[in-house]
Design a protein around this ligand. Structure first.
Ligand code: SF4
Length: 454
């Protein structure tokens, strides 16, 4: 199978940005997310969930050949043995996934880490918010490492703590509640049948600070696989929901539950009252934050029409971070895990067009040679922030660990972690679905667990 890096090196390959073929460390100090789908998204200056410092890959690792890097990763991983667990997100490069003990989505990987409580270090090959979540759920003695600290998520950074706090204060005036009141973990038990004016719901793709905000205000976390269950939980406890940061997941989920579009106003944090009038907000059921995924917003109904014309009988499956029109035009929509299962369950000989990140699509195509599988977007465009985890960073962090030095550790403030854990545990209690991270090189299976939180 040709890796995305090899595809980008080929001069004839159409890519969304030619800069993707440039070594990732050339962009680590820039105030943007670098070349790729999210190149236009500038990292917010005061964000709490963006890069904590520029990437600092030593020059020796920048100069190594791919063969040298892979030999060193393999040697360091072997010498560390069970002391380390490596997690690889579905959207990672194949060169990284090859060394992952578990491969899955962010929620599955957080659960997978909990099955290795004896590992001293969790190396999370994903993006910043995922490593934060792993740190929140891990044992206190465990160290969580993000190989490249510049691997953020442009969607997560579209909702920063200050903007959400400001929105909350405005909503408090409209709905007449105390914005500073903390809704403790037992509030709902002490107020049976009681409803909050607004329940904050944050997507897993958000900073620990926003998960903590939800924990403090009677809110909850959701993932793309349990968003409906979580919204049902929230509607049972509140008059309406403030959903951030991804407008599309919120809209697609609520629409499927029968919430009319007119009851889903958008909240633009740059405008007073989010760009709404107070009357419209009073009738709202779901207030949608003005955020989106730069990768999934590339998918269009025109691409679906083209796929149907070129491949009669094609099945189209997309991620719910795609715009509503795309989800409506697809045959199925769901989380990365649902997409993986959709492909696995398809009959041999099927043709499937997929609307999600290209590393995952290409891997599915390689795993199912008896089916024709392709990405709806004809242009090679990986998640540019996930792509920041170049093998050089993995070699550096593993070799440092083997030498007794921890680099690029992610540590969530204990008070933030405590409240964030409240929101995560509400999600785990609300979601009947077990965590099912896919073991990669390991034969250990993951299991349903709330883990051993600190
Ligand atoms: S695919 Fe989108 S939501 Fe996921 S990490 Fe990349 S930018 Fe963030």
């Amino acid at each position: 199978m040709t890796s995305i890096a090899q595809l980008l090196d080929a001069p004839v390959t159409p890519a969304c940005d030619p800069g993707l073929a440039t070594p990732t460390w050339d962009f680590d100090a820039l105030p943007t997310y670098g070349p790729g789908a999210s190149v236009a998204d500038v990292v917010p200056a005061a964000t709490t969930n963006a890069r904590s410092r520029p990437g600092q890959l030593p020059i020796a690792y920048q100069r190594m050949t791919n063969d040298e890097l892979h030999a060193r990763i393999a040697a360091a991983k072997a010498s560390l043995g069970d002391r380390v667990v490596i997690l690889g997100h579905y959207y990672q490069r194949d060169e990284i996934v090859a060394y992952a003990d578990f491969v899955g989505d962010s929620f599955q990987l957080a659960g997978a880490a909990l099955t290795r409580p004896d590992a001293e270090a969790i190396v999370f090959c994903g993006v910043h918010f995922m490593a934060e979540t792993a740190d929140i759920l891990a044992r206190e003695e465990q160290t969580v490492i993000l190989p490249n600290l510049a691997a953020g998520c442009s969607m997560a950074d579209m909702a920063d703590e200050d903007s959400v706090e400001a929105a909350w204060a405005e909503l408090a005036q409209v709905y007449r509640f105390d914005p500073d009141e903390t809704v403790g973990p037992d509030w709902f038990e002490r107020h049976p049948g009681g409803k909050l004016p607004v329940v904050p719901v944050t997507y897993m793709n958000s900073s620990a600070a926003l998960k903590a905000f939800c924990g403090r205000h009677g809110g909850i976390v959701c993932t793309s696989s349990n968003a409906r269950t979580v919204l049902e939980w929230a509607f049972a406890r509140g008059e309406r929901v403030l959903f951030f940061p991804d407008q599309h997941l919120g809209r697609n989920t609520a629409k499927a539950m029968g919430v009319p579009l007119a009851a889903m106003p958008m909240w633009n944090p740059r405008k007073p009252l989010g760009g709404n009038d107070a009357e419209a907000l009073r009738d709202a059921r779901v207030i949608l934050w003005h955020g989106f995924c730069s990768v999934h917003k590339r998918f269009t109904t025109a691409q679906i029409a083209a796929a149907r014309e070129a491949h009669p009988g094609v099945q189209v499956v997309v991620h719910p971070e795609c715009p509503m029109a795309v989800v409506d035009a697809a045959d199925a929509a769901g989380s990365t895990e649902l997409i993986r299962q959709f492909v696995a369950d398809a009959e041999p000989g099927s043709t499937i067009a997929i609307g999600t990140e290209i590393n995952m699509v290409n891997r599915l195509a390689a795993q199912h040679p008896d089916k024709t599988i392709f990405c709806l977007d004809p242009v090679v465009c990986p998640c540019s922030t996930m792509y920041r985890i170049h093998p050089g960073y993995l070699a550096w962090t593993l070799e440092s660990l083997a030498a007794g030095e921890v680099v690029n550790e992610i540590q969530v403030d204990p008070d933030v972690a405590r409240h964030a854990r409240t929101a995560l545990e509400r999600m785990l209690a609300a979601a009947p679905k077990p965590l099912t991270g896919t073991p990669s090189t390991s034969t250990t299976s993951t299991s349903s667990t709330t883990g051993g939180p600190r």
